[in-house]
Design a protein around this ligand. Structure first.
Ligand SMILES: [Fe+2]
Length: 256
């Protein structure tokens, strides 16, 4: 049987380790105030993103039919996303253990929380929520090269379970691409990492030129320590999304 969130007529690979974490998104249960929080968060981010997000992110936002005024219904998102890249956003109960997380990525299923933050944490929430997961991550999954990169990443990491050192290095590749990635487009630094897209503070920090931006270099990235709780001091800019796809393949050759 398909996991929750999959549109009728679409089929996805069955999951095993991640199965206990799958939940339903009860879209009708969101309150008007929760939709209003989503709308406020989107309104807060969009003016900056129109000028400073990667074009692929902005295109993805349109392509998967995200709306500025209501919390996304994941079944509707998947109806538009899956035919493009075979990715689906799948509702889960919260943080996943690494093996379940990688299993889902390898199956082109992005674990997505359904909870939305409260007004007391408009800028930052330590737990991921649907704003970070869907507004921040999912539009990039409509991009074919990024989509393949993410599956490849999950598949390789799923095979590294138990190898703490290699997983730590791969965690850095994720951090400096999927979460805090930037790309050079038309001579300017543009945001595509979900941590930058979904956080006004982190996005502004980059736009104001505070972190050092280095050219993406796989060896540097695999060895670059970072702190989750602080604004980023160093970021790595790619020139195209092909570069991160190639980096995932190269990382596999290096770490296998
Ligand atoms: Fe994230």
């Amino acid at each position: 049987m398909n996991p929750p969130g999959i549109a009728a007529g679409m089929s996805v690979e069955p999951l095993s380790v991640a199965q206990p974490y799958l939940i339903q998104q009860d879209w009708d249960a969101y309150t008007p105030d929760q939709h209003a929080i989503w709308a406020e968060l989107v309104r807060r981010r969009m003016p900056q993103l129109r000028d400073h997000a990667a074009q692929e992110y902005l295109d993805g936002f349109q392509q998967i039919g995200l709306r500025e005024d209501t919390i996304p219904n994941l079944t509707h998102v998947n109806r538009r996303l899956a035919p493009r890249t075979r990715w689906n956003a799948i509702p889960v109960s919260g943080f996943l253990p690494p093996d379940a997380f990688f299993e889902m990525l390898a199956a082109r299923q992005f674990p997505t929380t359904t909870y939305i933050r409260g007004r007391e944490s408009m800028e930052y929430t330590p737990e991921p929520d649907i704003f970070h997961d869907v507004f921040g991550h999912v539009p990039m999954h409509a991009h074919p090269v990024f989509a393949d990169f993410l599956q490849h990443y999950g598949r390789f990491c799923a095979g590294l379970m138990g190898d703490k050192e290699k997983l730590e290095k791969m965690g850095r590749l994720f951090w400096f691409t999927v979460e805090f990635g930037v790309i050079r487009q038309h001579g300017k630094i543009k945001l595509y990492g979900s941590g930058l897209i979904s956080s006004h503070g982190e996005g502004t920090h980059v736009i104001e030129g505070r972190p050092e931006i280095r050219d993406f270099d796989l060896d540097l990235v695999l060895n670059q320590k970072f702190l989750v709780s602080e604004e980023q001091k160093v970021l790595y800019a790619v020139d195209s999304f092909d570069q991160i796809y190639e980096a995932a393949q190269l990382a596999e050759l290096r770490l296998r």
